[in-house]
Design a protein around this ligand. Structure first.
Ligand SMILES: *[C@@H]1O[C@H](CO)[C@@H](O)[C@H](O)[C@H]1NC(C)=O
Ligand SMILES: *[C@@H]1O[C@H](CO)[C@@H](O)[C@H](O)[C@H]1NC(C)=O
Ligand SMILES: *[C@@H]1O[C@H](CO)[C@@H](O)[C@H](O)[C@H]1NC(C)=O
Ligand SMILES: *[C@@H]1O[C@H](CO)[C@@H](O)[C@H](O)[C@H]1NC(C)=O
Ligand SMILES: *[C@@H]1O[C@H](CO)[C@@H](O)[C@H](O)[C@H]1NC(C)=O
Ligand SMILES: *[C@@H]1O[C@H](CO)[C@@H](O)[C@H](O)[C@H]1NC(C)=O
Ligand SMILES: *[C@@H]1O[C@H](CO)[C@@H](O)[C@H](O)[C@H]1NC(C)=O
Ligand SMILES: *[C@@H]1O[C@H](CO)[C@@H](O)[C@H](O)[C@H]1NC(C)=O
Ligand SMILES: *[C@@H]1O[C@H](CO)[C@@H](O)[C@H](O)[C@H]1NC(C)=O
Ligand SMILES: *[C@@H]1O[C@H](CO)[C@@H](O)[C@H](O)[C@H]1NC(C)=O
Length: 832
């Protein structure tokens, strides 16, 4: 009884500051042994050392059945493991203890019957053994042989429905032995339900949810050393260079959940969803972070073989190119299970080609071999008649499919390109039609236009230079405004003039990065990966390697070389050199130990967030302002960055900000004030409205991004996060609202110490709000903004309400229509 009371006290005490370490430790044991005192009766618990997890009897909601289980010591009963899930006790007469043979055994003391046992083979086989049972701070229950100290059994290898940090699911490629989660029957009954989930390594390692009949219900797509490439949201998550899927020499592959600073877990719920939740300290409840399957298209093979699923389409299913519904009638009824069939037979030999499908979740059952070059994948696939499709990922290499393409999904702006083998007649047909519809009129038009221009030009020329024609001037102007970034480059041929930039050999860079090993990977952008490296002299470098197969990146590469090699400023990242060899295009920068601002600021697991006190944040804001000022005004050129956002602001050892990633930057001629472009590149959330909606960019669009950045730094939250929750409020909207209600401090990051700094922070907020006003002419120029920050300008005007707080729906609809009618490409939806 006294034990219960002390437990209760403990409970209250520890929970007020979850998992308080020192105070709770000495009161409670986390270990029992084979002695007679080591019995856990109903009502007793053993608690892990720092009081995170406990082992004891419990009842699920709405039932009186009793189970032995491990749960969090949180106010809300959260069970992560159940021992006797299939054999419940009817009342509180259960007791658990280590038996003579060393197993953990649950006995019904009313009947003296064994209800459950760990049945660890080693223990069962031998004669009496003294063992020790311990519950660890990670939530693992471990039985060790007291005399040898060897682990005999652990609950992590016999999971229930919850996956917690440091736990692994695994699969042995030789024996097929898997450690996997199995769902509860329903919320009140922990018996094995209809779903299991875990890793499968028989092809490329990937996670699955399986149904009772063993058929997949969901899959993550292959692991590429960094992410599971079939989970759309994983492309947007922060990367910290840790590797989660590992293998041992016995052929077992492990997927281990990384340990973060937050309290999180992944549950396979009884309806077959993997749901990641996090314990929210403020609201004292579990809040969802992520769930899979996320939508109809995520459910395995929704559209059947050779079908492709796109959540944005209605209906969601269509056939991949060159295929038609296997049964038109069933397809029309919305029964897609039979999928699609090929329209024209493959000819094999030389008679086939490939159609490209961009941004997809690759089909299941890929075979693969590593190659850097996508043309090798193509050659191999063409040369083998059983290959019906291929794809390339820069970490996995070549992937191939035979027989069928199942579970293909169209992603938005991320994913790999899938090349599907089709008969040339299918492709040729297509091409001819295209030729006919597009090329002919275009060629015709160009021929007519050029001859008209020549005729007209001759006419003008003959009249001498007297006539100043506006259209001539404008035509020349347009061309020159497009060309400076491209002037010294022949992008189509792939040649780059590296100017005075020091050149590295590929070999040096490969050695410095351990051959671009995934463990050296520190980031991943739209056009390639960034690796950490060490030169022979010990200097640390960051290496940006453009994907070999990303033709798109050429323009970004060259503009980055041109822009940044000519600039030098303490708030711009420094380019140390480059490498252009064969197909490789590589840029070498100074290495920034403190990573990028988004990691420090937004990553809930980042240990550095607390380091960012207001002084530091303010000096980061000032530094970014000065870097931007240099770009806009002080350098020999006028440069618009066009993609200013936290992931493009790197932090050096002393937390000085350095603007990076000039792939989108444009150099301006002397007297241009803005530029219109058909190609809108940038990142939602940071794009000024006139740029996002009309493609007009100017220095003032960079100022807008700077304003968003300032508000994010003050709030410590990402602008885009708000979009998911409440489109009508948004970060800018809530900043404006709180500021205009004289409650600016309500907006400020709660984890920041602000006493004595209130005025300064609110003033900074006001400057941020001035920068994000709707009309470019209302926004201060960057030199004005910098002067405001340094208080050279003391009086601040009153900001107008930002556009995205009120017209958001208009913005989205307009954006939608732009996407379909104009040439609007948004290269990244979010940071890397
Ligand atoms: C078992 O635990 C008890 C109490 O913690 C201790 O006194 C005893 O020595 C232990 N016995 C063995 C065999 O470890
Ligand atoms: C338990 O029963 C109550 C009342 O019938 C119900 O509202 C609640 O949803 C049930 N809880 C669970 C987890 O089934
Ligand atoms: C259970 O076993 C113990 C000793 O092993 C004995 O004393 C007790 O009477 C038994 N109880 C029942 C209900 O069989
Ligand atoms: C425990 O260790 C002892 C000594 O190493 C050994 O004799 C015994 O068989 C072990 N028991 C089990 C169950 O592994
Ligand atoms: C187990 O521990 C007890 C003392 O706690 C000891 O008497 C006994 O010999 C031990 N048994 C074995 C098999 O080591
Ligand atoms: C849960 O499943 C059990 C049988 O496995 C059933 O008896 C019970 O009614 C179910 N409870 C709910 C709430 O569905
Ligand atoms: C497992 O990892 C080792 C290196 O630890 C590697 O040599 C081996 O090829 C891997 N096995 C498989 C099947 O991938
Ligand atoms: C399982 O999780 C999904 C996704 O969060 C949710 O829609 C579903 O209702 C959950 N099922 C149960 C039984 O809680
Ligand atoms: C869909 O079609 C398959 C056979 O093509 C059939 O077995 C299945 O029952 C159909 N499903 C529905 C919901 O009609
Ligand atoms: C074609 O691929 C299949 C399986 O991938 C393989 O078994 C076969 O040997 C290959 N044939 C040739 C000619 O490479």
């Amino acid at each position: 009884m006294s034990r219960k009371i002390s437990q209760l006290f403990l409970h209250q005490f520890c929970l007020s500051t979850i998992f308080l370490t020192a105070l709770c430790f000495s009161l409670q044991t986390d270990t029992i042994n084979s002695s007679s005192s080591g019995i856990i009766r109903d009502g007793d618990t053993i608690v892990s050392r720092s009081n995170k997890f406990k082992l004891g009897f419990f009842s699920p909601p709405n039932t009186t059945h009793r189970y032995l289980g491990i749960s969090y010591t949180l106010p809300e009963q959260t069970v992560i493991w159940v021992a006797n899930r299939d054999t419940p006790l009817q009342d509180s007469s259960g007791a658990a203890a280590l038996s003579l043979d060393g197993n953990l055994v649950i006995t019904d003391t009313a009947t003296n019957q064994t209800v459950w046992s760990t049945n660890a083979a080693a223990a069962a086989a031998s004669s009496p053994t003294n063992t020790t049972l311990q519950i660890t701070d990670t939530g693992n229950l471990i039985i060790t042989n007291s005399s040898s100290g060897i682990k005999i059994w652990e609950s992590f290898l016999h999971p229930s429905d919850v996956f917690v940090p440091t736990m692994s699911t695994s699969d042995n490629i030789y024996t097929g032995k898997k450690v996997m989660l199995s769902a509860w029957e329903n919320d009140t009954d922990p018996r094995r339900g209809s779903f299991t989930a875990g890793l499968d390594a028989s092809h490329l390692p990937q996670n699955y949810i399986w149904r009772r009949d063993g058929q997949p219900h969901w899959r993550s797509g292959p692991w590429n050393g960094l992410v599971f490439i079939g989970i759309q949201s994983s492309y947007f998550s922060f990367l910290d260079g840790f590797v989660d899927v590992t293998n041992d020499s016995a052929g077992t592959f492990y997927y281990t959940m990384p340990e973060w600073k937050i309290v999180n877990r992944v549950t396979l719920n009884s309806s077959g969803s993997l749901v990641e939740t996090m314990w929210d300290l403020k609201s004292k409840r579990w809040i969802p972070l992520w769930a899979a399957p996320e939508n109809e298209c995520d459910v395995y093979a929704t559209c059947g073989p050779f079908g492709s699923c796109n959540v944005e389409d209605s209906p969601v299913c269509s056939c991949v190119e060159g295929f038609e519904p296997a049964s038109v009638e069933e397809w029309a009824r919305g029964n897609w299970s039979r999928g699609c069939r090929r329209r024209r037979k493959l000819e094999c030999g030389g008679g086939d080609g490939f159609s490209r499908m961009q941004f997809v979740k690759v089909p299941d059952l890929a075979q693969h071999f590593y190659s850097e070059r996508i043309d090798e994948c193509r050659r191999y696939c063409l040369g083998n008649c059983s290959c019906i499709a291929y794809a390339h990922d820069s970490n996995i290499g070549c992937m191939f499919w035979r027989d069928t393409l199942v579970d293909v999904q169209k992603f938005k702006g991320v994913g790999v390109d899938l090349y599907i083998r089709l008969s040339v007649s299918e492709l040729g047909n297509h091409r001819e039609k295209w030729l006919f519809i597009v090329i002919l009129p275009v060629v015709g038009f160009v021929v007519v236009a050029v001859s008209m221009f020549i005729a007209w030009y001759m006419l003008v020329k003959r009249k001498g230079d007297k006539i100043q024609d506006r259209s001539v001037a404008e035509a020349g102007h347009t061309i020159s405004s497009l060309s400076p970034a491209i002037s010294s480059i022949d992008a189509s041929v792939g040649k780059v003039d590296m100017g005075e930039l020091p050149l590295f050999t590929f070999e040096i860079i490969a050695n410095a990065t351990k051959h671009f090993h995934v463990t050296n990977l520190i980031g991943r952008g739209g056009f390639g990966h960034v690796y950490k490296g060490t030169l022979p002299n010990g200097q640390e470098i960051a290496v940006k390697r453009l994907s070999v197969d990303s033709g798109q990146g050429m323009q970004e590469f060259t503009s980055e070389v041109i822009v940044i090699s000519k600039l030098q400023h303490r708030n711009l990242v420094r380019l140390l050199g480059g490498c252009v060899e064969k197909q490789e295009k590589i840029l070498v920068y100074e290495y920034m130990p403190n990573k990028s601002l988004d990691v420090c600021l937004f990553d809930p697991i980042s240990p550095t967030k607390n380091v960012l006190d207001w002084r530091r944040r303010f000096s980061i804001i000032e530094g970014i302002g000065r870097g931007l000022l240099y770009l806009h005004k002080d350098s020999r050129f006028r440069i618009i960055h066009r993609d200013l956002k936290p992931s493009n602001v790197l932090l050096d050892q002393e937390w000085n900000p350095k603007i990076s990633d000039f792939g989108m930057a444009r150099i301006f001629g002397g007297n241009q004030d803005h530029h219109d472009t058909a190609r809108v590149v940038g990142t939602y959330g940071y794009m000024a409205p006139e740029y996002a909606l009309e493609g007009r960019f100017s220095e003032k669009s960079d100022v807008y991004s700077f304003g968003v950045l300032m508000l994010e730094i003050i709030k410590g939250e990402k602008n885009t996060h708000y979009y998911n929750e409440d489109w009508s409020v948004g970060l800018l909207g809530s900043a404006w609202k709180m500021w205009s209600e004289d409650n600016g401090l309500g907006f400020v990051d709660e984890s920041m110490e602000i006493s004595g700094l209130e005025k300064e922070i609110v003033r900074c907020m006001q400057i941020g709000l001035l920068c994000v006003q709707e009309y470019p002419q209302e926004r201060p120029s960057v030199d004005t903004a910098v002067s405001m920050l340094s208080r050279e300008i003391a009086e601040l005007s009153t900001p107008n309400r930002p556009i995205f707080s009120q017209k958001h729906s208009a913005f989205t609809t307009q954006l939608g229509c732009f996407t379909t009618t104009n040439d609007l490409t948004v290269t990244e939806l979010d940071g890397r």
